[in-house]
Every structure is written in C-alpha cells, then in structure tokens.
Design a binder for this molecule. Structure first.
Ligand SMILES: C[S@@+](CC[C@H](N)C(=O)[O-])C[C@H]1O[C@@H](n2cnc3c(N)ncnc32)[C@H](O)[C@@H]1O
Length: 302
C-alpha cells in the first residue's frame, strides 16, 4: 500500500464523460510553482497525460476534484484536481503537486535512453518521452494489472509516444533485469535510470535498491524518488551541509552516479530544511561551560 497520495480523501468526480484523450500534451496545472522552480533551481514542472477513468480487476484510476495541497516544497496551493491509482480502496499513486515536484528534477535529467523502474500512473515515463532529447523510454513494472489499467487510463498504447515508450513486465530487483532491458534497448546502456518503486518518500531501503539497479544496468546517470530525503538523512548523520561537495560524497557512498547540476544542491537544501527532522543534540552537550558539559556528558548514555 502506498501512503503517498496525500489529500486523496476527496470524493471522486463522475468521470464517465472524460472519454477522449487529446493527442496534444496538456500544460502543467501549476504554472506558478513551475515558474518558481525554474527560476530557483533550473528545472520546472511538466505536462501530465490526459487521463481517463479506467478499471481492471481491483485496480482503477479515478479523478478527484479541487482542493488545497502542499507540494514537496513548502507552501499551500489550490490544486484544480488530481488522478489517483487505487487498488481496492487503497490509493497507490496520484498526480498531486507533491508527486509532481518530487519527480521534476528527474524529468529534467531525462535524455537519450531512459529506464524507469515502476510504472505507477506513467506520469514520469510520459513526461520523459515528450522531451525531444529523449530517444527511448523503457519502463520496468512488475504488476500486470497496473500495466493494463494505466495503459488504458493514460492512453500509452496510442498517440505520438507509442513508438518511444515500452513497458517490460518484470521485477526491477530481479537478477534478470539487465537482460530484459537490453532486449529493449538493443544492448545500449541507459543515459538515465529513474527508480520509483517504494511506498514512502525517502524509504530507508531506496538507496541500496537503487544502487542494485545501477550495478545491473550501468547507466550514465541515475536517481530515485525521494533521494533528497535520503541525502538529507545522511547529511544530518554526518553533520554535513547539504551542498555540492556533500552530494558528490553521498553519491560515492551509495554507488550511484547522481548528477548535481547547478541549482540542484539548492533544491536539496530547501527540501531537506522542510522535510528532514533535525538531529537534536543531547541536552548536556548544549550546556555552556565545558567542565559542566564534560561532567554531564559522562553521565549521559548518548
Ligand atoms: C508510485 S508507482 C511509480 C510512479 C511513477 N513514477 C509515475 O510517474 O507515475 C510505483 C510502481 O512501482 C511498482 N513496483 C513496486 N515494486 C516493484 C519492483 N520490484 N519492480 C518493478 N515494479 C515495482 C508498483 O507496482 C507501482 O506501479
């Protein structure tokens, strides 16, 4: 179960009338946030697929109406609506502002051959495939039901992106991953690998599992959903500022070629300040006089 769809408690709209998928990509529903991201960090939001309601077995894609939401970065905005992928009554993925802002950097990095672990609502693969500098997008998804329902909801099998985008039904953590992907790319190594297979943003297992995929696929550059939170937790632990040098050290530690273009360290810093809790120093270490601190420190277990 994914806990990431945020304010999905609103009632679904009647979606029976939204049957047509226009070929032209829609613009972002958050032009203000898009401009702010672009100005501050050098990458912005992206067009979403024109979803329609779809159901396959227990899975369905539903549209929800407007409401106030937080993004990945702080600040409340009015969301005109969102689509949510449900399994039974459980929301698994949504097109909320939080999801869009946490995907934005990685869409900016997409070029050449892109491999994506996790289809979800196909938000990332769709936006990546729209970029002229992206030649091919290969998605690895383990659930046949998700593939079927999202293919229908996002119109993946039709339209101008049909030839650029393919979906491989496989487990991205399986030892056969490289062979399955190479069969799609003709043996060419990915230019960018984007992994998003976890329920929680900044999941503790994400860096290790992303590094496993990197080892299997040897991409030129890579990233995973919520990596800013993983990086932030590491910085707090190592008592380092989340700057470009720390990002390079963290990439080396994880074993993943994380790109750090100008603007990205500032994005990390802002996300970390908003979302990663500060480590509280033990109370005795905040005492003013060194002797008192030493004496109290001896008593403290830390
Ligand atoms: C939140 S969704 C991804 C959202 C996607 N980034 C988007 O843009 O819509 C996560 C997806 O990963 C898939 N998944 C989970 N574990 C997986 C694994 N080991 N291998 C392949 N897919 C996996 C889930 O079935 C789900 O479709």
């Amino acid at each position: 179960m994914r806990s990431r769809s945020g304010a999905a408690r609103r009632r679904p709209l009647d979606t029976d009338r939204e049957a047509v998928i226009p070929e032209a990509p829609r613009q972002t529903p958050h032009p203000g946030r898009h401009r702010a991201l672009l100005e501050r960090y050098g990458f912005g939001l992206f067009p979403l697929p024109a979803y329609r309601a779809a159901t396959v077995g227990d899975w369905r894609v539903v549209r929800y109406g407007p409401g106030p939401v937080e993004g990945y970065l702080p600040g409340l905005v009015m969301e005109p609506g969102r689509h949510v992928l449900h399994h039974g009554r459980t929301p698994w993925m949504s097109t909320s502002l939080m999801e869009q802002e946490s995907h934005a950097f990685h869409i900016g990095q997409a070029r050449g051959v892109v491999v994506v672990a996790g289809l979800g609502l196909a938000m990332y693969p769709y936006a990546a495939a729209l970029k002229p500098e992206v030649e091919q997008v290969v998605v690895v998804e383990r659930s046949p039901e998700v593939i079927a329902v999202v293919r229908e909801a996002a119109g993946l099998g039709s339209g101008p992106l049909r030839d650029k985008l393919s979906v491989v039904e496989a487990d991205a953590l399986d030892s056969g991953l490289a062979a399955r992907v190479e069969a799609e790319t003709g043996g060419r190594a990915p230019d960018y690998l984007y992994a998003d297979i976890w329920e929680d943003c900044g999941a503790p297992e994400a860096p290790l599992e992303a590094a496993r995929m990197v080892e299997a696929l040897r991409p030129e550059a890579a990233g995973w959903w919520g990596q800013e939170l993983s990086f932030g937790a590491w910085c707090r632990e190592a008592e380092r500022e989340p700057d470009a040098a720390a990002l390079e050290a963290y990439a080396g530690r994880v074993g993943a070629p994380l790109p750090a273009p100008e603007g990205y360290p500032a994005f990390c810093r802002d996300v970390i300040a908003a979302r990663v809790p500060r480590r509280r120093r033990p109370r005795w270490s905040r005492l003013r006089w060194p002797r008192l601190r030493r004496r109290a420190g001896r008593r403290s277990p830390r």
